[in-house]
Design a protein around this ligand. Structure first.
Ligand SMILES: NC(=O)c1ccc[n+]([C@@H]2O[C@H](COP(=O)([O-])OP(=O)(O)OC[C@H]3O[C@@H](n4cnc5c(N)ncnc54)[C@H](O)[C@@H]3O)[C@@H](O)[C@H]2O)c1
Length: 230
Protein backbone atom coordinates (compact mmCIF):
# COMPACT_ATOMS: atom_id res chain seq x y z
CA UNK A 1 0.00 0.00 0.00
CA UNK A 2 1.54 3.35 -1.02
CA UNK A 3 1.96 6.17 1.52
CA UNK A 4 -0.60 9.01 1.54
CA UNK A 5 0.74 12.39 0.34
CA UNK A 6 0.39 14.72 3.36
CA UNK A 7 1.52 17.91 1.58
CA UNK A 8 -1.90 19.58 1.52
CA UNK A 9 -2.33 18.95 5.26
CA UNK A 10 0.89 20.75 6.31
CA UNK A 11 1.00 24.11 8.06
CA UNK A 12 3.38 25.91 10.38
CA UNK A 13 2.45 24.20 13.67
CA UNK A 14 4.97 21.52 14.57
CA UNK A 15 3.85 18.47 16.50
CA UNK A 16 7.19 16.68 16.25
CA UNK A 17 7.66 14.43 19.27
CA UNK A 18 3.99 14.57 20.27
CA UNK A 19 1.60 11.64 20.45
CA UNK A 20 -2.13 11.77 19.82
CA UNK A 21 -5.10 9.44 20.08
CA UNK A 22 -8.16 9.96 17.90
CA UNK A 23 -11.42 8.03 17.97
CA UNK A 24 -13.29 7.61 14.70
CA UNK A 25 -10.00 8.49 13.04
CA UNK A 26 -10.34 6.08 10.11
CA UNK A 27 -12.98 7.92 8.11
CA UNK A 28 -14.50 11.32 7.32
CA UNK A 29 -13.59 14.21 9.60
CA UNK A 30 -11.51 11.94 11.85
CA UNK A 31 -9.41 10.73 8.94
CA UNK A 32 -8.73 14.34 7.91
CA UNK A 33 -7.67 15.15 11.49
CA UNK A 34 -5.43 12.06 11.58
CA UNK A 35 -3.70 13.15 8.37
CA UNK A 36 -3.35 16.73 9.62
CA UNK A 37 -1.77 15.56 12.89
CA UNK A 38 0.60 13.22 11.05
CA UNK A 39 1.54 15.97 8.57
CA UNK A 40 2.66 18.11 11.52
CA UNK A 41 4.87 15.28 12.76
CA UNK A 42 2.68 13.75 15.47
CA UNK A 43 2.46 10.01 16.03
CA UNK A 44 -1.21 9.03 16.02
CA UNK A 45 -3.24 6.12 17.41
CA UNK A 46 -6.33 5.64 15.25
CA UNK A 47 -9.14 4.14 17.33
CA UNK A 48 -12.06 2.94 15.24
CA UNK A 49 -14.55 0.08 15.03
CA UNK A 50 -13.94 -0.08 11.29
CA UNK A 51 -10.95 -2.36 11.70
CA UNK A 52 -9.99 -2.57 8.03
CA UNK A 53 -10.07 1.21 7.43
CA UNK A 54 -8.07 1.91 10.59
CA UNK A 55 -5.43 -0.64 9.65
CA UNK A 56 -5.24 0.55 6.03
CA UNK A 57 -4.75 4.13 7.19
CA UNK A 58 -2.06 3.16 9.68
CA UNK A 59 -0.26 1.24 6.93
CA UNK A 60 -0.26 4.34 4.72
CA UNK A 61 0.84 6.95 7.27
CA UNK A 62 4.22 6.76 8.93
CA UNK A 63 4.16 6.77 12.75
CA UNK A 64 0.47 5.94 12.93
CA UNK A 65 -0.94 2.84 14.64
CA UNK A 66 -4.40 1.29 14.43
CA UNK A 67 -6.32 0.39 17.59
CA UNK A 68 -9.45 -1.34 16.27
CA UNK A 69 -11.99 -0.99 19.09
CA UNK A 70 -15.71 -0.90 19.74
CA UNK A 71 -16.11 2.18 21.93
CA UNK A 72 -19.01 2.73 24.30
CA UNK A 73 -17.74 1.58 27.68
CA UNK A 74 -15.36 2.88 30.30
CA UNK A 75 -13.24 -0.27 29.87
CA UNK A 76 -12.82 0.29 26.11
CA UNK A 77 -11.80 3.93 26.61
CA UNK A 78 -9.35 3.03 29.37
CA UNK A 79 -7.83 0.25 27.24
CA UNK A 80 -7.13 2.46 24.20
CA UNK A 81 -5.62 5.27 26.29
CA UNK A 82 -3.39 2.71 28.03
CA UNK A 83 -2.32 1.08 24.75
CA UNK A 84 -1.60 4.38 23.00
CA UNK A 85 0.24 5.86 25.99
CA UNK A 86 2.37 2.77 26.51
CA UNK A 87 3.11 2.41 22.79
CA UNK A 88 4.25 6.03 22.39
CA UNK A 89 5.57 6.50 25.93
CA UNK A 90 3.45 9.65 26.17
CA UNK A 91 0.03 11.03 25.26
CA UNK A 92 -0.19 14.74 24.44
CA UNK A 93 -3.52 14.97 22.62
CA UNK A 94 -6.76 13.02 23.05
CA UNK A 95 -9.50 13.57 20.47
CA UNK A 96 -12.98 12.08 20.75
CA UNK A 97 -14.50 12.28 17.28
CA UNK A 98 -16.33 8.95 16.81
CA UNK A 99 -20.09 9.23 16.91
CA UNK A 100 -23.21 7.12 16.54
CA UNK A 101 -26.11 8.82 14.76
CA UNK A 102 -28.74 6.49 13.26
CA UNK A 103 -31.53 8.65 11.82
CA UNK A 104 -34.53 7.51 13.92
CA UNK A 105 -37.90 9.14 14.54
CA UNK A 106 -38.38 10.13 18.17
CA UNK A 107 -41.37 7.78 18.41
CA UNK A 108 -39.21 4.83 17.32
CA UNK A 109 -36.17 5.37 19.55
CA UNK A 110 -35.48 2.35 21.75
CA UNK A 111 -33.48 2.15 24.98
CA UNK A 112 -30.71 0.47 22.92
CA UNK A 113 -30.50 3.31 20.38
CA UNK A 114 -30.55 6.00 23.05
CA UNK A 115 -28.12 4.08 25.26
CA UNK A 116 -25.58 3.49 22.49
CA UNK A 117 -25.82 7.10 21.33
CA UNK A 118 -25.14 8.45 24.80
CA UNK A 119 -22.45 5.84 25.53
CA UNK A 120 -20.48 6.42 22.32
CA UNK A 121 -20.92 10.16 21.83
CA UNK A 122 -21.06 11.48 25.39
CA UNK A 123 -19.91 8.96 28.00
CA UNK A 124 -16.88 7.94 25.94
CA UNK A 125 -15.69 11.58 25.92
CA UNK A 126 -15.84 11.48 29.69
CA UNK A 127 -14.04 8.11 29.99
CA UNK A 128 -11.28 9.03 27.51
CA UNK A 129 -10.50 12.33 29.19
CA UNK A 130 -10.62 10.70 32.61
CA UNK A 131 -8.20 7.97 31.49
CA UNK A 132 -5.83 10.55 29.99
CA UNK A 133 -5.56 12.65 33.18
CA UNK A 134 -2.59 10.69 34.62
CA UNK A 135 -0.68 11.13 31.32
CA UNK A 136 -1.44 14.86 31.23
CA UNK A 137 -0.41 15.22 34.88
CA UNK A 138 2.83 13.32 34.28
CA UNK A 139 3.72 15.57 31.33
CA UNK A 140 2.53 18.78 33.06
CA UNK A 141 0.12 19.40 30.19
CA UNK A 142 -2.15 17.81 27.63
CA UNK A 143 -4.82 18.67 25.14
CA UNK A 144 -8.29 17.29 24.67
CA UNK A 145 -10.54 17.91 21.69
CA UNK A 146 -14.11 16.72 21.35
CA UNK A 147 -15.94 16.93 18.03
CA UNK A 148 -19.35 18.32 18.91
CA UNK A 149 -22.03 19.49 16.48
CA UNK A 150 -24.36 22.36 15.81
CA UNK A 151 -27.11 19.74 16.12
CA UNK A 152 -28.23 19.94 19.71
CA UNK A 153 -26.34 22.99 20.94
CA UNK A 154 -27.68 25.27 18.16
CA UNK A 155 -30.05 23.62 15.70
CA UNK A 156 -32.26 20.56 15.52
CA UNK A 157 -32.91 18.00 12.82
CA UNK A 158 -35.88 15.61 12.63
CA UNK A 159 -34.82 12.07 13.52
CA UNK A 160 -31.80 13.12 15.57
CA UNK A 161 -33.22 13.92 19.02
CA UNK A 162 -30.96 11.29 20.62
CA UNK A 163 -27.88 12.63 18.80
CA UNK A 164 -28.79 16.27 19.56
CA UNK A 165 -29.09 15.45 23.26
CA UNK A 166 -25.70 13.69 23.24
CA UNK A 167 -23.93 16.61 21.53
CA UNK A 168 -25.52 19.19 23.85
CA UNK A 169 -24.17 17.04 26.67
CA UNK A 170 -20.72 17.03 25.04
CA UNK A 171 -20.67 20.83 25.15
CA UNK A 172 -21.54 20.82 28.83
CA UNK A 173 -18.90 18.20 29.54
CA UNK A 174 -16.10 19.97 27.69
CA UNK A 175 -16.78 23.25 29.50
CA UNK A 176 -16.72 21.55 32.88
CA UNK A 177 -13.61 19.52 32.05
CA UNK A 178 -11.84 22.60 30.66
CA UNK A 179 -12.45 24.53 33.86
CA UNK A 180 -11.56 21.68 36.21
CA UNK A 181 -8.42 20.50 34.42
CA UNK A 182 -6.96 23.86 33.33
CA UNK A 183 -5.01 24.33 36.58
CA UNK A 184 -3.20 21.08 35.75
CA UNK A 185 -2.13 22.45 32.36
CA UNK A 186 -4.72 20.49 30.36
CA UNK A 187 -6.36 22.66 27.71
CA UNK A 188 -9.50 21.88 25.75
CA UNK A 189 -11.22 22.62 22.50
CA UNK A 190 -14.48 21.55 21.04
CA UNK A 191 -15.18 21.66 17.36
CA UNK A 192 -18.73 22.77 16.65
CA UNK A 193 -18.75 21.05 13.25
CA UNK A 194 -21.44 22.70 11.17
CA UNK A 195 -21.83 20.20 8.38
CA UNK A 196 -19.04 18.27 6.75
CA UNK A 197 -19.87 15.47 4.37
CA UNK A 198 -17.97 13.70 1.64
CA UNK A 199 -21.17 13.24 -0.35
CA UNK A 200 -22.25 16.60 -1.95
CA UNK A 201 -26.00 15.79 -1.86
CA UNK A 202 -25.96 14.95 1.86
CA UNK A 203 -23.76 17.97 2.41
CA UNK A 204 -26.29 20.34 0.82
CA UNK A 205 -29.10 18.76 2.84
CA UNK A 206 -27.15 19.21 6.07
CA UNK A 207 -26.04 22.70 5.13
CA UNK A 208 -29.67 23.79 4.72
CA UNK A 209 -30.15 23.09 8.45
CA UNK A 210 -26.92 24.79 9.49
CA UNK A 211 -26.93 28.39 10.75
CA UNK A 212 -23.88 29.06 8.59
CA UNK A 213 -25.60 27.47 5.54
CA UNK A 214 -22.30 25.98 4.51
CA UNK A 215 -20.52 22.66 4.61
CA UNK A 216 -16.87 21.82 4.70
CA UNK A 217 -15.32 18.90 2.86
CA UNK A 218 -13.44 16.58 5.24
CA UNK A 219 -10.15 17.60 3.63
CA UNK A 220 -10.74 21.24 4.67
CA UNK A 221 -12.03 20.46 8.14
CA UNK A 222 -8.68 20.60 9.87
CA UNK A 223 -8.29 24.23 8.76
CA UNK A 224 -11.82 25.46 9.39
CA UNK A 225 -13.55 23.27 11.93
CA UNK A 226 -11.30 23.29 14.94
CA UNK A 227 -11.97 26.71 16.26
CA UNK A 228 -14.03 27.12 19.39
CA UNK A 229 -12.26 27.00 22.72
CA UNK A 230 -14.16 25.07 25.37
N1 LIG B 1 -20.31 15.12 9.03
C1 LIG B 1 -21.01 16.16 9.52
O1 LIG B 1 -21.66 16.91 8.79
C2 LIG B 1 -20.96 16.46 10.99
C3 LIG B 1 -21.68 17.54 11.47
C4 LIG B 1 -21.64 17.81 12.83
C5 LIG B 1 -20.87 17.03 13.69
N2 LIG B 1 -20.18 15.97 13.17
C6 LIG B 1 -19.40 15.18 14.11
O2 LIG B 1 -18.12 14.96 13.56
C7 LIG B 1 -17.63 13.68 13.97
C8 LIG B 1 -17.21 12.88 12.76
O3 LIG B 1 -18.26 12.84 11.84
P1 LIG B 1 -18.12 12.15 10.41
O4 LIG B 1 -19.20 12.71 9.55
O5 LIG B 1 -16.70 12.23 9.96
O6 LIG B 1 -18.52 10.65 10.79
P2 LIG B 1 -18.25 9.28 10.01
O7 LIG B 1 -19.46 8.42 10.26
O8 LIG B 1 -17.82 9.53 8.61
O9 LIG B 1 -17.00 8.68 10.81
C9 LIG B 1 -17.14 8.28 12.15
C10 LIG B 1 -16.07 7.25 12.45
O10 LIG B 1 -16.28 6.82 13.79
C11 LIG B 1 -16.22 5.40 13.83
N3 LIG B 1 -17.09 4.92 14.91
C12 LIG B 1 -18.42 5.08 15.03
N4 LIG B 1 -18.87 4.47 16.13
C13 LIG B 1 -17.79 3.91 16.73
C14 LIG B 1 -17.62 3.13 17.90
N5 LIG B 1 -18.65 2.77 18.69
N6 LIG B 1 -16.37 2.72 18.22
C15 LIG B 1 -15.31 3.05 17.45
N7 LIG B 1 -15.42 3.77 16.31
C16 LIG B 1 -16.66 4.20 15.96
C17 LIG B 1 -16.73 4.95 12.45
O11 LIG B 1 -16.27 3.65 12.10
C18 LIG B 1 -16.13 6.02 11.55
O12 LIG B 1 -14.83 5.68 11.09
C19 LIG B 1 -18.75 13.04 14.78
O13 LIG B 1 -18.51 13.28 16.16
C20 LIG B 1 -19.98 13.79 14.34
O14 LIG B 1 -20.98 13.81 15.32
C21 LIG B 1 -20.21 15.67 11.84
Amino acid sequence: MSPIDLTSYRHSLSLEGKAALITGGAQGIGRAITLALAAQGARVAVVDNNHASAEDLAAQVNGTIALPTELGSQAAAQAVVKKAGEHFGRLNVVIHNAAYFPLTALAAITPEILGTTLDVNLATAFWLVQAAIPWFQKQGKGRKLITSSVTGPRVAYPGLAHYAASKAGVNGFIRAAALELAPQGSTSEHAPSAGCCADPKSAQRWASHSPAREYWPPSGYHNKGISARG
